[in-house]
Design a binder for this molecule. Sequence first.
Ligand SMILES: *Cc1c(COP(=O)(O)O)cnc(C)c1O
Length: 350
Amino acid sequence: MSKFWSPFVKNLVPYVPGEQPKLAKLVKLNTNENPYGPSPKAIAAMQAELNDNLRLYPDPNGERLKQAVAEYYGVTPAQVFVGNGSDEVLAHAFHGLFQHDKPLLFPDISYSFYPVYCGLYGIACEQIALDEQFQIRVADYARPNGGIVFPNPNAPTGCLLALDAIEQLLKANPDSVVLVDEAYIDFGGATAISLVDQYPNLLVTQTLSKSRSLAGLRVGLAVGHPQLIEALERIKNSFNSYPLDRLAIAGAAAAFEDRGYFEQTCRQVIDSRESVVAGLQALGFEVLPSAANFVFARHPHKDAANLAAGLREQGVIVRHFKQARIAQFLRISIGAPEQNQALLDALSSL
Ligand SMILES: *Cc1c(COP(=O)(O)O)cnc(C)c1O
């Protein structure tokens, strides 16, 4: 603390990202990165941008990327917002759409950045308990609110909420924005972007960090009614005119255009997930049904913190949350087949 700080900084509780270890040899299954690497076409597009044009500012609106996203999803560019990672897009949405008198609702077990943004922007929130099966129960959200946000599939559980349940939420809350954070939707869910033309209160965010394997590039997006997008643009243009650099715009657009590579690598991750689930179950783990590129699992007789520590000694890192209700679970990212095997071997030795 310092006398120079703005007073509110004293009370900020920042988000703690998963560890990025400096050791290269670790089997890193703790931050849901994609084992397959970005599309070769995305890499080529970025290499082509690596030239003297870097002395010029990028397109402040990232039109080329908005166009690629719009084409992919069959929407118009005016329904698309792009930003520096979906964390930034989420931050702008919280700032621009959720600062109301009534509280923002989100699940008690979900992305731990949501309460952090509430703290940053002074947004009142209420956390709604997931049911005993760790599922979102739509009826529990029937209460006064200034907005609703949840990841779908949920993180860190991996559980998917069906589109018709999302539609119920949208219909029941016509006066507030329902934000669906689809960071993991490409690993087994149906996107709610199909509903944006029908529901002006729906905003969907996605990231290129997971299914398009570009966590290091920092690109995220939102799709929704042009008036919701306009709020995000106003915040963005009051904060940073150029959140995406030239490489990011070119690489992300090319990644969206390369459907073949995207579909093939998603399929490989999904297939690996099914064998990791089977392997964990064979070791006695209970595994929640996952539609994401990670699984959430607990062992009836082994303490999760001890397991995580034991795995680390064997060079495998997974994520453990010291949080009520989920302290006995491990969140394990799906890696390449040999990484998944290393995980299962290390667990069986424990
Ligand atoms: C990874 C993740 C994000 C953020 O993704 P970035 O685009 O890398 O900032 C957002 N929401 C959830 C639920 C995530 O797991």
